[in-house]
Design a protein around this ligand. Sequence first.
Ligand code: SAM
Length: 400
Amino acid sequence: MALLMDTRLLLRKVKDLRSLTPRRHRVKEKWATTRAKCPASSLALQYFDANYSAHLGELWPSVRVALLSERKYGALLNNFSHEDVLADLQARGCRDFINDTDTEAQPCSEEKSETCLEEESNNLPVKKPDIDDQLLSPLKLSPNIKCVVFPRGDLTRFKPARPDMERLLGYYLMDAASVLPCLALDVQEGHNVLDLCAAPGGKALTLLQTQAIRFLCVNDSTASRTTRLRKVLHSYLPKHFFTEKNLRITTFDGTKWGEIERNTFDRVLVDVPCTTDRHSLIEDDNNIFNKIRTGERRKLPQLQLELLLAGIQAACLGGEIMYSTCTLSPIQNLSVVEQAVHLARENHGISVEVVDLRPLTHMFRKTFHFAPDLHLGEMVIPHLAANFGPIYMCKLRRLT
Ligand SMILES: C[S@@+](CC[C@H](N)C(=O)[O-])C[C@H]1O[C@@H](n2cnc3c(N)ncnc32)[C@H](O)[C@@H]1O
C-alpha cells in the first residue's frame, strides 16, 4: 500500500514537472514506432556469428568477447610537436611497443622461443613460426614511428592530447594495430607515397612520422571526410608542410586512380572501406549492417577489389602496395587480394608478388595476437588481454 502511494506521488511530481515545461519544448516520445526492431549492431552480431565461427573455428568465442568489450588504444607520437610527451606517458606506465628494446619488440631468443609462445598465448593458439628464426629476413623499421600502449590487460585510457605552443597536438589516439600496415609498408627516404583512402588520417599521420617521404598524396572520395582529414593534418603538422611540393589532398574516386596517375608511386596504401567489425558491433549510428545499407555492404568486396587494382596501377615498377582492412572477413581480405593479383595480370599485364610479413608478426607477437595459418597476408585478431584489431594487411610488390 505504502509503495502504491509512493508511486502515485512520484507520478504526480513527474506530471507537475511536465506542466512546468513549456508545450513547445515538450518532445513526444516516438521511439516505439520509429526504433528499428532489430538494431544494426544486433544484425552485425548475427552475421558475424554465422560467418566467423566457421572461419575462425574455436578462436571465434574469445575474439567475439574481445570485440564486444572495450577496445585498447595506442598513442602515436607526433614528431612535429614541440611537447615531449614520451617521458610523461612512460611515467604513467606506457611503453613504445615499436622501439622498446628490452621487451616486446624483441624476438624471443632461440632457446626460449617455445616457452615465450606458450606464455603469451593465454590459451589462444598462436601461429608458431614454421620457419627457423634465422631465416626470417631482418626488418627495417622506421626509427621515427613511435606508438605507446599500456601493458597487456591494462585498460587505462589515454587523456586527450594537449596542443603545444604552435597548437600542434602531441599524440594521435588510434588502434595500435593500425600502425602495423604503415610500418610494414617500409617507407624509405625520398619516396613518393599515395594514401588512396586516407580519411580521417591516422595512417597518413603514421606514414608522415617517418619524416622520409618526399611527396605524399592523401585522397578520400567523401568530401566531408576529406575535410576531417584536412583538420587532422592541420592539428599535427606545421604550417610550412602544406605546400604542393610536399602534400596533396584530393577527393577523387580512388577506383579511377589507374586512369589518373599510373606507374608513379613508390608506396601505395589501400586502406579500404569495409564492414568495420568493431564499430558495427557497438554503434547503431552509421552502421553498414543497417537494413537500408544492405546493397552498399554487399558491394564492398567489389569496391575493395577496384580500389586495390587502382592502387597496384598507381605504384611504380618495384613499388610496394599495402592492402588493409579492419574486418575479419575472408571475403573482404584474402579473396580481394587473390582476385586483384589475378586481374592485375590478366587485364593490365601487371605481375605482383606477395611480400612475406612474418618477420613483422614475429617481432610484435607479444603485443598483438595474430591469426594463425592465413595463407595470404597477416591479421591482428582481438583478444581480451590485448584488445587491438581486427586489422588485416597484405603487402604486394610490383614486378612488371
Ligand atoms: C577505413 S577508412 C580509411 C581510414 C584511414 N586510412 C585512416 O587510417 O584514418 C576508408 C575510407 O575510404 C573512403 N572511401 C570509400 N570509397 C572510396 C573510394 N571509391 N575512393 C576513395 N576513398 C573511398 C571512405 O570515405 C573512408 O574514409
